[in-house]
Design a protein around this ligand. Structure first.
Ligand SMILES: *[C@@H]1O[C@H](CO)[C@@H](O)[C@H](O)[C@H]1NC(C)=O
Ligand SMILES: *[C@@H]1O[C@H](CO)[C@@H](O)[C@H](O)[C@H]1NC(C)=O
Ligand SMILES: *[C@@H]1O[C@H](CO)[C@@H](O)[C@H](O)[C@H]1NC(C)=O
Ligand SMILES: *[C@@H]1O[C@H](CO)[C@@H](O)[C@H](O)[C@H]1NC(C)=O
Length: 470
């Protein structure tokens, strides 16, 4: 996991973060070290962390959790078998069907074995255990009951008849299958090491508009002698970028932080043959987010999580008119339940809309029209590319959640930047609507937001756990 530890930060961004230093005084307490800087005003909007915590943890989160357990939202159609388009995945440790088992000691040639038997077998055994664990924990359980299987066919027929706007290639591929998300929670899988590191590294290095000459601070496995200097150069480079590029970084960093919070909150604490116990691992959380242990980067990552939350919340609020149309239904074929769930969904969207301190997306892609259009396209393409990188994730369960969350964020951006079309939707649908979302997009939108909402809620748990430890 160490290698996955990330870095990206942008907090100098909007230059309004002066307040924030007032909170540095708490430094020294462990909970302070993770959270001291995660408080007060956020840099880019008229919003503060405490307002979000209260709004999310006490009001939105419980409702959203209930909605996500409904049939409409728990079954996600996804193609987990697309080949990685960018490099040959060499370590198949996490691959369900083609795990490459490392040589067992008797397969190692005699000569080699004789000279360094212990070293080889120890290494092989260790690797093998890692792989076994990853295979077990990283596999996706695709089982569906017979009734569900049948119901899903009728959903497909229904969706095919409904007017479609733009089908994500995954949806039509014969390799796509429905996965029950409740059977496959996002949690610690043992997926780590060079391959996991490569995923995040290629995202940050090749898809975030950063020149190679600017080094990210805190790159794992690199000697940290000049880490402070790298950080300074990096942050001042980032500061010099336009608001859209900075926002892009923050979204990716926020997503990364969110995933790491889940892995720390559902850590495999006990893995014996008779029981498995998942729960909070405070040490793991500190490793990723403690200001001292991360040279100040951890708290910045957490702030990016809040930024991501605001973006997705704003998208939900904006999408309300689309979901309010009477012709829109959460189709699963059970009329009464479908109506009840639509009611719950609208309730959540109204709540999202009532949030007083929304992110103002009109600050993005403003400016010169031609330049703005070009930038928008660049950002769109970079985002698309990142979603393709998700096909390179070796661990299937991680791939599932990676794909879902990038698609959800992509859908949020699609909503945010087609605002006028949504507002102009005819309530009657006589002319086909100008804006459409597919079932897959809707499911990913809500589930991705559910992940971020859960992360914010988990921060409260970690705060309490850290305070207890004092
Ligand atoms: C998948 O989930 C079903 C339903 O909970 C369970 O019966 C089955 O054993 C699981 N399969 C695997 C391989 O874990
Ligand atoms: C599900 O369907 C399969 C194949 O149609 C059948 O063999 C199996 O017995 C069914 N299971 C149940 C629980 O009905
Ligand atoms: C997409 O990502 C890959 C892997 O990081 C990278 O090599 C490639 O240059 C990217 N392509 C575009 C068009 O950004
Ligand atoms: C918590 O995570 C750390 C790694 O950060 C690990 O060494 C430790 O064993 C974990 N604790 C438990 C109880 O699993």
């Amino acid at each position: 996991m160490k290698q996955v530890v990330l870095l990206i930060f942008f907090f100098y961004f909007f230059n309004i973060s002066i307040f924030f230093f007032a909170f540095l005084q708490v430094i020294g307490l462990a909970d302070g070290r993770c959270f001291c800087q995660v408080t007060g005003d956020l840099d880019d909007c008229a919003c503060d962390v405490e307002t979000i915590d209260d709004f999310n943890n006490n009001r939105l989160f419980p409702k959203l959790q209930r909605l996500l357990e409904s049939d409409y939202f728990r079954f996600y159609k996804v193609n987990l078998n697309k080949p990685c388009p960018f490099w040959t995945t060499t370590s198949h440790c996490g691959l369900r069907d083609c795990a490459v088992k490392p040589c067992s000691p008797n397969e190692v040639p005699e000569g080699v074995r004789a000279s360094s038997h212990n070293k080889y077998s120890a290494a092989a055994n260790e690797h093998q255990t890692d792989c076994e664990q990853e295979n077990r924990l990283g596999a996706v359980n695709v089982s569906l009951s017979n009734e569900t299987r049948e119901a899903l066919l009728s959903w497909n027929r229904h969706d095919d008849e409904a007017e479609r706007f733009c089908v994500v290639d995954d949806e039509e591929s014969p390799d796509s299958q429905y996965v029950d998300l409740l059977l496959n929670p996002e949690r610690f899988t043992g997926y780590r090491g060079a391959e996991a590191w490569q995923i995040w590294n290629s995202i940050y290095e090749e898809n975030c508009f950063k020149p190679f000459t600017i080094k990210r601070p805190l790159i794992p496995n690199v000697l940290h002698s000049s880490a402070g200097n790298d950080a300074k150069i990096f942050h001042s480079w980032l500061e010099g970028q336009c608001v859209e590029i900075r926002a892009f970084y923050r979204l990716i960093s926020g997503l990364h932080a969110s995933i790491n919070i889940h892995l720390s909150a559902r850590y495999l604490l006990d893995d014996s043959w008779f029981q498995k116990k998942w729960g909070h691992n405070v040490t793991e959380f500190q490793k990723r987010f403690d200001a001292d242990l991360t040279a100040g980067e951890g708290p910045k990552r957490l702030r990016n999580l809040y930024f991501l939350y605001l973006i997705e919340l704003r998208a939900l609020a904006k999408a309300l008119p689309f979901f309010q149309r009477s012709s829109f239904q959460l189709y699963t074929g059970k009329v009464e339940e479908d109506q009840k769930h639509k009611g719950m969904m609208l309730d959540i969207l109204q709540l999202a809309r009532s949030f007083p301190l929304h992110f103002d997306e009109t600050s993005l892609f403003a400016g010169d029209e031609k330049e703005a259009a070009k930038l928008k396209e660049d950002v769109r393409l970079a985002f698309l590319n990142i979603s393709r990188i998700m096909d390179c994730v070796g661990c299937f369960k991680c791939r599932l959640w990676g794909k879902l969350q990038t698609q959800g964020l992509g859908t949020s951006l699609k909503i945010l930047f087609s605002g006028r079309q949504i507002e102009a939707l005819p309530m009657s649908d006589i002319q086909g609507p100008a804006f459409q979302l597919s079932r897959q997009e809707i499911v990913s939108l809500f589930n991705a937001f559910g992940r971020i909402s859960t992360s914010i809620r988990e921060l409260q748990n970690f705060r309490e756990l850290l305070a207890e430890e004092q």
